[in-house]
Design a binder for this molecule. Structure first.
Ligand SMILES: [Zn+2]
Length: 221
């Protein structure tokens, strides 16, 4: 049995290992756990250890095992940690891990520019069909932080070219971002991404003021 290659890469999915912050594990341990479940090998393509070191899991071009229903079109990245001592979700990742995640995502976006970045829980079903995946709908808390908010807050967003592949279902966390460059206006962005200016404002609550800040990432879809 071997791993098969992916035909396309639509998603870069961030996970956590759901282990306490005090547990310094990495690829070797997760690989063992996943093999014990009867899997071929570790399901994630990357593991980011507590010290920020990135370890390679499954070969990056192959189909992983990390997000039900989307494995054939996604890459899985596992941040080690994410729960407290009792196993409850906790955003306890180290700054070295967040820095490593930002760098890894930038590299992957360069290789797969059409891929959207999201967290595992963003693939939860939209039970009340309001177009948003809210905490009460999360199947699991993974990765124990809001990937979208983090991307916006840290402005590590890679430039998303216009007309990226539309997400399979827009309701399941399909975000696209634009990094502001000099000369951008709300209206030029609306034209580029074929949405209304009001939509862009609504997608970025509290973020968009009269002047767009060069370098900031904003959600455009
Ligand atoms: Zn996960």
């Amino acid at each position: 049995m071997t791993t098969k290659n992916r035909a396309s890469t639509d998603w870069l999915v961030v996970h956590c290992s759901a282990t306490p912050g005090t547990m310094d594990i990495g690829r070797a341990e997760i690989d063992r756990w996943h093999r014990q479940k009867g899997w071929l090998m570790i399901g994630y393509h990357f593991v980011i250890r507590r010290n920020g070191k990135v370890e390679i899991g499954r070969p990056v071009d192959t189909i992983g095992a990390h997000v039900e229903g989307h494995n054939s079109v996604s890459i899985g990245i596992c941040m080690v940690g994410g729960t407290d001592a009792k196993g409850a979700p906790e955003d306890n990742f180290t700054s070295a891990q967040y820095a490593a995640l930002a760098e890894l995502l930038r590299d992957l976006k360069a290789k797969y520019p059409r891929a959207n970045i999201c967290g595992h829980r963003d693939f939860s079903p939209d039970k009340n069909k309001d177009g948003k995946i809210t905490p009460n709908e999360f199947v699991k808390a993974c990765p124990s932080f809001d990937v979208h908010d983090w991307l916006v807050a840290t402005a590590v967003l890679p430039v998303t070219p216009p007309k990226v592949n539309p997400p399979k279902t827009a309701k399941q966390g399909g975000w696209a971002y634009h990094q502001i460059v000099a000369g951008d206006t709300l209206f030029s962005l609306a034209r580029t991404y074929a949405v209304s200016a009001d939509t862009i404002v609504a997608l970025n609550p509290g973020v968009i003021t009269k002047a767009l800040k060069v370098g900031a990432g904003i959600r455009v879809r």
